[in-house]
Design a protein around this ligand. Structure first.
Ligand SMILES: [Zn+2]
Length: 266
């Protein structure tokens, strides 16, 4: 699933590609992936924003589109391949002749029209926790102390910290030297702080490489990211720990694949 670095990569590229463009038409090929009125012709794109894993395409009128890529969604600008692709679900035609394609194999994601996009973004923001760079160490330690849940579950809970998914949670825990199954309220202050810093560090690598394309994700130009070449532990069943060469352990934590080094993580 695209996480903060992947969605932010799409946001940055979309901003470069489509801000200032005018919507010329809409083609909903799969109703399941589109919500709201289909009358968006003539709207001019003003900016593209993101909160957690949500994207918001603002129109100058104050309306806009909210997009969530969920498991396998892609938002790609102007590629001929997507015009004919079987899994292209929504096409937004632009006056310039280009198109924005929403493509999704599993169809958990969506494009949704909102009449007041800024208000809607604020609503989403209130529902979610702070993002890794907005979070202060004090707030983070306070959140950890208040729960006896496993620390990996806390990382994946979007109301605790926004934007972290399974890839960056696994890699951040390894970088911080924290066992995924440790209870959040049992972490020491230094470990808790190291974990927040590690989340930022692995996500910075994700951003620098345009995200992880181990699965379905491609960026808004249809290109793969490269963070999958830098995975520390994520997906590395029976591989060596990048720090100590010990064989990594694979378990499931709350049903999600979890990899760790029993010697580096405590
Ligand atoms: Zn190790």
């Amino acid at each position: 699933m695209p996480e903060l670095p992947e969605v932010e990569t799409v946001r940055r590229q979309l901003s470069e590609e489509v801000v200032g463009e005018v919507v010329a038409g809409l083609e909903v090929r799969e109703k399941k992936c589109y919500e709201g009125t289909q009358k968006i012709e003539g709207e001019r794109i003003a900016r593209v924003m993101r909160v957690g894993k949500y994207l918001f395409i603002y129109f100058e009128s104050g309306r806009g589109l909210a997009v969530h890529l969920k498991m396998t969604g892609r938002l790609v600008v102007g590629s001929e391949w997507y015009e004919k692709a079987a899994h292209t679900r929504v096409v937004i035609r632009l006056l310039s002749g280009r198109s924005i394609y929403y493509w999704d194999t599993r169809m958990f994601g969506y494009v949704k029209v909102e009449e007041e996009i800024e208000k809607y973004r604020q609503t989403v923001k209130k529902r979610l926790g702070l993002e890794p760079w907005e979070m202060t160490v004090d707030i983070w330690l306070g959140k950890l102390q208040k729960t006896g849940r496993k620390v990996k579950d806390v990382l994946l809970d979007q109301t605790m910290i926004a934007g972290v998914g399974n890839i960056y949670a696994n890699d951040a825990l390894h970088l911080a030297g924290v066992m995924p199954t440790r209870r959040a309220n049992e972490l020491g202050q230094k470990q808790g702080e190291r974990l927040l810093v590690a989340v930022r560090q692995v996500m910075e690598r994700g951003l620098a490489t345009n995200g992880a394309s181990d699965n379905s994700y491609v960026d808004a130009r249809g290109e793969k990211g490269a963070y999958q070449n830098e995975f520390r532990v994520y997906g590395k069943t029976k591989k060596e720990c990048p720090s100590c060469a010990n064989q990594l352990t694979y378990i499931k934590v709350s049903g999600r694949g979890t990899w760790y080094c029993s010697s580096c993580q405590r």
